[in-house]
Ligand binder design. Sequence first.
Ligand code: ADP
Length: 500
Amino acid sequence: MRSLSMFSRLLIVSLGVILLCVAVLSGLSYVNLRDSSIRARMNSLKAQARDIGYLAGRKSEDALSRFEASESAVQDLINWKAQRISEEYGAYVRVVERTGKDYYISPSWSNGSAKIKAPSAEQQAEYMSLALQGQDIAQPTDSDEGPQFTVMVPWTQHNQLSGQRTVMGYVLIQTSAQTVHAVYRDMIWQTAMAAIALFLLSAAVVFFVAQQMTRPLTAMADAAGKMAQGDFEVRTPEEGGKEIRALSQSFNQMAAQLSTLEQSRRDFVANVSHELRSPITSIKGFAQGMLDGTIPPEMHGQYLQVVVDETQRLAKLINNLLNLSRMENEETSLAFSHFELNEMIRRVLISRMTQIDDKNLEIEVDFQDDTCFVHADADQIQQVIINLLDNAVKYTPSHGMVSLSTRTEKDRVIMRIKDNGMGIPASDAPYIFDRFYKVDKAHTVGKGTGLGLAICKRIMERHGQQIRLVSGEGGAEFEITLEKGNDPGGSHGNTGAGKD
Ligand code: ADP
């Protein structure tokens, strides 16, 4: 059973249930039919016996009145009626008076050639005693000759003087059950045919329904198999019942996401390879040039600086990749604490003074309040500020301006970093946070890795906060939101975070 398909299982189970139902129903209707045919036969035999009993009563009254002509006419009627019953039902008839005298006895009974044994003397005595008590019998009985029906009804005579009817004897009809069996054997056959037709019809319906139900699942299994082999473009038809449709929809969504993931994995590998290859190629080229003398010794200092810069860029790239991968895998949980954001910004600015001074950049700081406590992972937020500030410094020409601001809005803190550098064209804005995305693709050597903003985005997402490009015209302006925090010890002027 385990190796069977769902379709086969559904089919087998449903057909089994249908077969059981049909068998039970047929069995019940067989028993019902048999019982009702037996009852009908009994009732009809009883009615016939009563008719003969009536005639026997008339005959006995005529005998009393000595109407011999009438008496013999009634006897003829009794004979005629009894013979008809014998022929019609294959029955044996006996009309007995309590004196023991027979008004009628089937000839084959009297000469012993009957297929049904004549009742024994004891049975006759029992019939008579029951009849005298006014009781009758109508029952199927088993005999050596097989199943048979026995009907016994008392017959009475009208007493002129008392006006009462007196039991005078009984009419006995016995018949083989074969004739009734033949009737209900026909019925069994008809029932069986109806049962088979019902079964076949239900089987066809079940087959159709099971096929309808399992088709989308089979399609999904095929699609899953293809996906397992790397084909993420495969989709399943969204059909079938409500649940199956929902499953197909989820499956297709999953396939679409996997397809996107697979695409970004490919892009990622291609980008990483590209990013690694270009600095390594230039390092190798310059080193080779210095070794074989293509680069004269007086130029070595200049080229060695390029080699150092490229090596630094490689190191940064690898660090960024590690950071990103750690965050993507959610390896490190966030260490939330309450800390002072303005102070953190000041410290980051101080750490970047060399680059700022090199470019003669003007720095403007606009803090709404002296202190601005936030609740976040201090190290991670510091990383975001560093990345944003580094970009502002990097993409702003000499004598440009970089401004930083913080303000509180209800339960949020908003920090903005704005510069008046080259800015970000509107067409690039939607992709700016994608991994390896660089606006100025052609002149990136020595500049960035295209991972800084992707890292910022991931950090803010993990905090459940936002980062966005407010404007890219006339310089770039970025904004991050943070959860407002509390002053952990009432102490101002340090980034020393009050850990949760
Ligand atoms: P990179 O290491 O290249 O700076 P980022 O992810 O930090 O990588 O930035 C992605 C791209 O966004 C940069 O290559 C640059 O084109 C653009 N960009 C980021 N910040 C600024 C900015 N302040 N001014 C102009 N362009 C920026």
